[in-house]
Write a protein that binds this ligand. Structure first.
Ligand SMILES: [Zn+2]
Ligand SMILES: [Zn+2]
Length: 302
């Protein structure tokens, strides 16, 4: 299948640069607020696994932030890869970073020794979610991505100014998604904003919604002082342009509408923990508040 280039590819370049600027801003803040952490020991990359409801497994990758970013040694962030266990095989939602591909494959192999991978579905084209994709393509597996993020993925985020931590080996997704399709029991919902091609996937049978980075985690979920997951999410948000923030807000409001209508029982986001039952609505509302604040930061009192 041939891949179409996103018509918004020009603005993606500018966007990538903004993301990299956000990263540098984070490190500046971290260094200013936590100088005592500078002597901390580096943390090793690792993967943990959690059993979620509906027979879904969450693999959590711990990704180090390299010293070239200026962050304190040992700082890291966490990203989720989900595995949906179907009768015919397993489906991955996101595939994690390029650097942890071998470990991830090993962990998946241990957990699902008799299952073949039917497909990899990408929520968006950032390195922490799509970075390992070229290995899966080389293995002959279908890798699905949104048409609007396909340029990012082909470039592997290798744009001027993007630190090496956030670039990866580019590849052509084997299948393109436009939104509105249902694949492997998952409804494809376009949720642009975080990237122009961000997608959410609703597993209709279990009412489980995979939101990628459209939703924002809580700061208190980062229990380790060297865990920069929330900082990375919120600072990236602050560097988004106004149009993208409006898009993300619209996307979140449509997800809230879906949840209010009873179609969502679980939210499985791209970072940190998952949400169940009444936490679903409060998590979406929290995300809306955070994006709204990024859109119209409070004017400090005179
Ligand atoms: Zn992202
Ligand atoms: Zn992410």
């Amino acid at each position: 299948m041939s891949t179409k280039i996103s018509p918004k590819s020009g603005s993606m370049n500018a966007r990538a640069i903004k993301i990299s600027t956000a990263i540098f801003l984070i490190t500046a803040i971290v260094l200013a607020t936590a100088p005592s952490l500078a002597q901390a020991k580096p943390k090793k990359s690792e993967i943990k696994s959690y059993q979620e409801r509906g027979g879904i497994t969450r693999f959590e990758e711990y990704l180090p932030l390299s010293p070239e970013l200026g962050a304190p040694p040992g700082s890291f962030y966490k990203v989720n890869v989900y595995v949906i266990n179907l009768k015919e095989g397993i489906v991955l939602v996101d595939c994690g970073s390029e650097s942890l591909y071998s470990e991830l494959r090993q962990e998946i192999g241990k957990r699902f020794p008799h299952s073949s991978i039917l497909a990899v579905l990408l929520t968006h084209g950032h390195a922490d979610h799509a970075g390992a994709g070229h290995y899966f393509v080389e293995e002959g597996m279908p890798v699905y991505a949104s048409v609007a993020d396909s340029y990012l993925i082909q470039m592997g985020m290798n744009f001027p100014g993007v630190p090496s931590d956030f670039a990866y080996t580019g590849y052509t997704p084997t299948e393109l998604l436009y939104g509105g399709e249902t694949i492997f029991g998952l409804q494809v919902i376009p949720t642009p904003g975080h990237t122009y091609g961000s997608l959410s996937f609703l597993h209709v049978k279990t009412r489980t919604l995979f939101t990628g980075d459209t939703t924002i985690c809580y700061p208190e979920d980062d229990r380790d002082p060297l865990d920069m997951t929330f900082e990375l999410e919120s600072m990236t948000l602050q560097m988004e342009d106004e149009a993208s923030l409006h898009l993300q807000l619209n996307s979140l409001n449509s997800l809230l509408e879906l949840a209010n209508g009873g179609s969502v029982k679980e939210i499985l986001p791209g970072h940190n923990r998952t949400y169940h039952g009444k936490d679903v609505l409060s998590y979406l509302e929290h995300s809306i508040v955070v994006v709204t604040q990024a859109l119209s930061p409070e004017v400090p009192p005179a």
